[in-house]
Design a binder for this molecule. Structure first.
Ligand code: PLZ
Length: 451
């Protein structure tokens, strides 16, 4: 069976279409090859093999068209194979594919940096440099903070996720699957509480103040504020379960950092580029971080990430102290420029907010009907439900896995998340047509109600 169009992108029919079981025979064949050739450490959420994708759908090797509530983990916010991205990358691929920016530079890298300096929160003087992945961005942000402050300690939070390299897996909170067996971990990393409203022992109304007080107390007493180079925090915890910190928590931590010369690093790898209904999630509480790390949504799926921050901090690193062979590859830079054009031309900030306005009320009404949904949360096109044993707050990971499985069987790509593995998260491409969003929500509602 073949697909209906030769290309991906928004030209693909924006419909759910199931022509075989999920996964179909061709995907099963390919999955058997994967299992023989690729180690099991590289997991698979949904074993359908993709041939095309675009707008709000993913088409598989059997000709099934699935509704995409995952965006490849918050990456294809502009849609898969977005026209402005494709056109720029095609043109660039025919001109030159690599020189190494550190050897002989090219303009698109500089343009991306200028744009990030202008678009990220704060109107102070900034610098940006480009790397290949979110983890690499976070790791480099810490290098900059250490170099600029002459201090070593790094403070991170419960439920945080920052990557899989030695330093960033150390910064990551969850043991299984990210850390188990991979130690010893990097030194000088300290973890403090996050203002998690749903699970705060004294209730959500005290959460921001008490969590900030505990975090600051731990930093002051156990580490010593003067030893801390950086605090690294996601404005909304992503892999940890789409936890929106109680309002007031992030500003309080930022204020503490400012008062103590600690570099505040906002990890916007998952939240950045319009995802949450503002260009960056920090804007919601008017936060101006010292350094911001971005990746994922920055380049429509081409590997690119960035470290953007105060000029005085980034300029503190000696000549040649930062870099990498592929960082800011010309194809990825063109893709990023295409992404930024698309966000503006198609008002994707507004679209993300609108997706939240559609999804959150539907999820809340589902919560009213089903006690298994303990919490509904998120912002813009980054929303989630947390599943619990009815009548308690006990995490219910098997319910999350079962609902995800049922959604997958019906042709809806959803992802799980959470420290307890009991969160279903929804990250549709911001260009998803509303009828697909509604249809996807219908499938989810059916899966929850049938459980
Ligand atoms: N910081 C906030 O969300 C990546 C992880 C997928 P990389 N999240 C998806 C997986 O299981 O490996 C992420 C993130 C935040 C950093 C990262 C790391 O970004 O591009 O995956 O290195």
């Amino acid at each position: 069976m073949t697909t209906t169009t030769a290309e991906g992108g928004p030209g693909l029919p924006q419909e759910r279409r199931l022509v075989t079981q999920i996964p179909g025979p061709r995907s099963r064949e390919l999955f058997a090859r994967k299992q023989a050739a690729v180690p099991p450490g590289i997991g698979t959420t949904l074993p359908v093999f993709v041939t095309h994708a675009g707008g709000g759908v993913v088409v598989d090797a059997d000709g099934n068209s699935l509704i995409d509530f995952g965006s490849g983990i918050a990456v294809t916010s502009v849609g898969n194979a977005a026209p402005r991205v494709v056109e720029r990358v095609r043109r660039q691929a025919g001109e030159f594919t690599h020189t190494c920016f550190m050897v002989t530079p090219y303009e698109s890298y500089v343009t991306v940096c200028e744009k990030l300096n202008a678009l990220t929160p704060g109107d102070h003087e900034k610098r940006t440099f480009l790397v290949n992945s979110g983890a690499e961005a976070v790791e480099n942000a810490v290098k900059v903070a250490r170099s600029a402050t002459g201090r070593q300690a790094v403070v991170v939070f419960d439920h945080g996720y920052h990557g899989r390299t030695l330093l960033t897996m150390t910064l990551t909170a969850k043991n299984m699957p990210y850390k188990q067996g991979f130690g010893p971990f990097a030194p000088e990393v300290y973890r403090v509480p996050l203002a998690y409203p749903y699970r705060w022992p004294t209730g959500p109304e005290h959460c921001a103040e008490e969590a900030a007080e505990q975090a600051i107390d731990m930093i002051s007493k156990q580490v010593g504020a003067a030893n801390v180079a950086a605090v690294v925090i996601e404005p909304i915890a992503g892999e940890g379960g789409f936890i929106v910190p109680a309002r007031g928590f992030l500003p309080r931590i930022l204020e503490f950092c400012k008062a103590n010369g600690i570099v505040f690093i906002a990890d916007e790898v998952q939240t950045g580029f319009a995802r949450t209904g503002s260009l960056f999630a920090c804007e919601d509480e008017g936060l101006v971080p010292d350094i911001i790390t971005t990746a994922k949504g920055i380049a429509g799926g081409l590997p690119l990430a960035a470290v953007t921050g105060r000029a005085d901090l980034l300029d503190a690193v000696h000549v040649g102290g930062l870099g990498g062979t592929y960082g800011g590859n010309p194809l990825a830079c063109e893709a990023a420029l295409g992404v930024l054009e698309t966000i503006e031309a198609e008002d994707l900030v507004g679209k993300a907010a609108r997706i939240g306005e559609i999804m959150l009320p539907r999820l809340r009404s589902l919560q009213e009907r089903f006690e298994i949904i303990g919490d509904v949360r998120g912002r813009g096109a980054m929303t989630a439900i947390e599943l619990v044993t009815p009548g308690t707050k006990d995490p219910h990971p098997t319910a999350a896995a079962e609902i995800a499985k049922r959604c997958h069987a019906e042709g809806l790509v959803v992802l799980t998340a959470g420290t307890y593995g009991n969160v279903l998260r929804f990250l549709p491409p911001l260009v998803m047509p509303e009828h697909l969003l509604e249809e996807g929500l219908g499938i989810l509602e059916k899966a929850v109600s049938e459980l």
